[in-house]
Design a protein around this ligand. Structure first.
Ligand code: MG
Length: 441
């Protein structure tokens, strides 16, 4: 007889504000659902799914019953969408497990829709059982891209199947025959996008208690960034001796701490939306495929408003720059002329100054003291001011020229210079007495 022990954990993560995931560890069924769609829909969709699943499985214990339970969950979400327009377009993934008794023994049946995952941990190794229903995973399966490329693919979060979108739904089923010590992990992509299979293996190898292991996985996903809601259910198989003919329903025991979580509301992640099957018999266009897969329009009203605002700001900046660059004038010497330019000396970005006037006054008819300033450009606020400045230079030069008196012609005059009278030399012998003649009175 197979006995199951289960534990679970679910967390909003470190980026989102609301948890749109729901987990279920019910009496006969276990599940993880990752909701999406609309401003309110995601958490309603996932909670509706697990509640419908739990209710439907209360009265059945067969693989067919599990399929019908998922279909009833699909119907319940679609009905809720119809009843409340604000929930239109909501959907959810679901990966569910239920122990089914059969002639061949107990089988844990896994059912999957979307990109939440079911793993089997057997003999220390983790193996993904379910296939992701996502665009990136489809491209990997078709050989278009590698696993590594899928991990970085911009549409890796776009899922191709979900509950609540279409009236009919394709469900993948997997039968697991469990051995003693096997563990089954159900999780949302918030776990597997953050931590590696190896890290999950280490946790499942070391933490025996399923609730403790689930909580540790969530903690580790948060430590790696927690960019999405993180939900984990761990189901442990205990093979008891002396199998009887009891039903699956009373061969399942659930860890006390594990309960279905009812998450609050959150806006759906971008890029995830309504899913419908591809058209049959004709090639689907790129736009039609985006629409079918619910890829949100790149240009929403908000984006449009942002673009309009951005264009306005850029246009304003351009006009201001042009005004600044062209609203001034300057006078400068250019060759032997005095010229007036509109603009800023040297230009502003791509707005270069424009030649407006060449003055009839040549540079050499400006005072020499003014010429150095002219060669360094003389800014003026208006064209009139610049023209007045040039006119003033010319006036100044003319006035200076007029103030200089005419040159004087100096006629040399002859000034008579009297001829000096020279006295006769007086000679005397050494020691002689010299007697000067008495000057006539
Ligand atoms: Mg998710």
């Amino acid at each position: 007889m197979t006995v199951l022990r289960a534990g679970s954990a679910s967390d909003t993560g470190r980026v989102r504000t609301i948890n749109q995931d729901s987990v279920l560890t019910g009496a006969t069924v276990f599940a993880v659902a990752d909701g999406m769609g609309g401003h309110a829909g995601g958490e309603v969709a996932s909670a509706t799914a697990v509640a419908a699943l739990d209710a439907a499985m209360a009265s059945t214990s067969s693989a067919e019953g599990l399929v019908n339970a998922i279909r009833s969950a699909n119907d319940a979400i679609a009905a809720a969408s119809r009843d409340d327009p604000s929930l239109a377009g909501m959907g959810t993934t679901v990966v569910a497990a239920s122990l089914i008794g059969s002639d061949a023994g107990d089988v844990l049946v896994l059912a999957n829709v979307g990109d939440s995952r079911g793993y089997l941990f057997h003999a220390g190794r983790l193996r993904q059982v379910t296939d992701d229903h996502s665009l990136a995973a489809e491209m990997v399966r078709s050989g278009d891209i590698s696993e590594a490329e899928a991990a970085r693919h911009p549409q890796r979060h776009v899922i191709t199947r979900a509950l609540g979108i279409e009236g009919s739904i394709d469900i993948d089923l997997f039968d697991l025959i469990l051995a003693e010590g096997d563990r089954v992990l159900l999780c949302s992509d918030g776990l597997t996008n953050e931590i590696s299979d190896e890290e999950i293996e280490r946790v499942l190898s070391t933490l025996v208690d399923p609730t403790a292991a689930a909580e540790d996985l969530v903690r580790r996903a948060n430590a790696h960034g927690g960019s999405d809601n993180i939900s984990v259910v761990i189901i442990d198989a205990v093979i008891a001796e002396g199998t009887g003919e009891s039903t699956a329903a009373h061969r399942i025991v659930t860890a006390p701490a594990a309960t279905a979580s009812i998450p609050k509301r959150e806006t759906a992640a971008p890029g995830i939306g309504a899913i419908s099957p591809p058209p049959v018999g004709r090639r689907e266009g790129w736009l039609a495929r985006r629409r079918r897969l619910g890829v949100q329009r790149a240009v929403t009203f908000r984006v449009l408003m942002f673009l309009v605002l951005l264009v306005g700001v850029l246009a304003g900046a351009w006009y201001f720059l042009r005004w600044y660059a062209t609203s001034a004038y300057y006078v400068t010497a250019q060759g032997g002329s005095i010229v007036i330019y509109q603009g800023r000396p040297g230009g502003v970005l791509w707005f270069q100054p424009k030649l407006v006037t060449v003055s009839p006054t040549p540079l050499d008819q400006v005072l020499a003291t003014r010429q150095p300033a002219l060669r360094n450009d003389v800014p003026e606020p208006t064209l009139e001011a610049a023209q007045r400045y040039v006119a003033n230079l010319a006036d100044e030069y003319r006035q200076t020229q007029a103030a200089i008196p005419p040159a004087q012609v100096i006629t040399p005059t002859t000034i008579p210079i009297p001829t000096p009278t020279v006295s006769p030399p007086i000679t005397s012998a050494p020691g002689a007495i010299v007697t000067y003649p008495t000057l006539p009175r």
